[in-house]
Design a protein around this ligand. Sequence first.
Ligand SMILES: Cc1cc2nc3c(=O)[nH]c(=O)nc-3n(C[C@H](O)[C@H](O)[C@H](O)COP(=O)(O)OP(=O)(O)OC[C@H]3O[C@@H](n4cnc5c(N)ncnc54)[C@H](O)[C@@H]3O)c2cc1C
Length: 339
Amino acid sequence: MAKYKLFYPPDPASAAFSTIGGNVAECSGGITGLKYGVTRDYILSLEVVLADGSVIHTGRKTLKSVTGYDLTRLFVGSEGTLGVFTQITVKLLPLPEKIETLLVFFATPQDAVRTASQIISNNLLPRALEFIDKSSIDCIKGYKQEIQIPAEVHAILLIDIDGREASVKTETSLVEKIAMENKPLRVIIAKTPKERDTLWEVRRVISPALYNMAPFKINEDICVPRSRILEALHRIAEIHKRYPALKVANFGHIGDGNIHVNIMHEEGEQQKMMAEKMIEEILRTTVELGGTISGEHGIGNVKSAFLSLEIPPQELRIMKDIKHLLDPKGILNPGKMFV
Ligand SMILES: Cc1cc2nc3c(=O)[nH]c(=O)nc-3n(C[C@H](O)[C@H](O)[C@H](O)COP(=O)(O)OP(=O)(O)OC[C@H]3O[C@@H](n4cnc5c(N)ncnc54)[C@H](O)[C@@H]3O)c2cc1C
């Protein structure tokens, strides 16, 4: 849409190969979620084929409508369990004039988390605010030698600021000032689009680089209230002490409180079982902290057993009743979402 100076903000890392139907079914989000929200914020209307073969149209093509219940929101994120989307109308936004990127190295995760928190409490809303922990940094260094990260760096923030040229300039210097007040080891601001791309390479390579640690990965995407991110990281580290045979790397959308906790393990049933046990502890802790067990990846088959950790019985009953009403024979994605 760039040629019309418009853009569709939700940007899951899977954008190059995922479909818009899958994005709507999973209510996907991405690095721009802090400023622009997730898929549900951009879906105006849906054509849905129901389990009995009938076709309905939810929502309106207008930007506002409060007529009746919001069925569009019900279907977005329903993981293919309520109907099949055959037409999707999305909302687009004006393309930002300018994007600036900053990469900030810190000696401690505390400095990085404090910086992120101060950026937001100063009423700045970056397009992206990403956190990378020490384990992820070590993997990046082992994976791509040309990415130079000094040994004393224990946490990284990657920040994008977008908007009109003049406001981006002002906001970038404010973000830089906040970072400088939090003992950074280094602040790098990209001067050209190519340099921006190079800075983002640090974030892009994390997922493949994690396989330097171990051959198997379980990627959780917990989300906690922003004020509890540091506590969540601390609690994950405490849980990890009980599973020393496993490796853990945390990175993700710190601006949303959405941390990708990656548990890396070796081959074998025992390692896999240990990883699953550790995940259960992490999910329980997340709920205790007032968070959610999935910020963007959804429940699917893998996490259906944990749904009741977060959703109280009465809400769960309502969800199951809706499923039964729309799909009484249970033919749409059986086994997904509910055990
Ligand atoms: C490498 C990688 C990176 C990822 N990064 C992100 C990320 O950054 N953010 C994020 O949110 N997710 C991410 N994901 C998860 C996933 O890619 C997204 O949830 C994506 O939206 C799924 O889209 P898909 O087309 O691949 O759907 P599929 O995986 O094919 O399907 C997902 C579900 O949607 C249902 N579905 C698909 N199409 C329709 C339709 N037309 N109507 C109704 N139901 C339908 C399917 O039945 C299935 O249950 C990532 C996944 C991978 C593998």
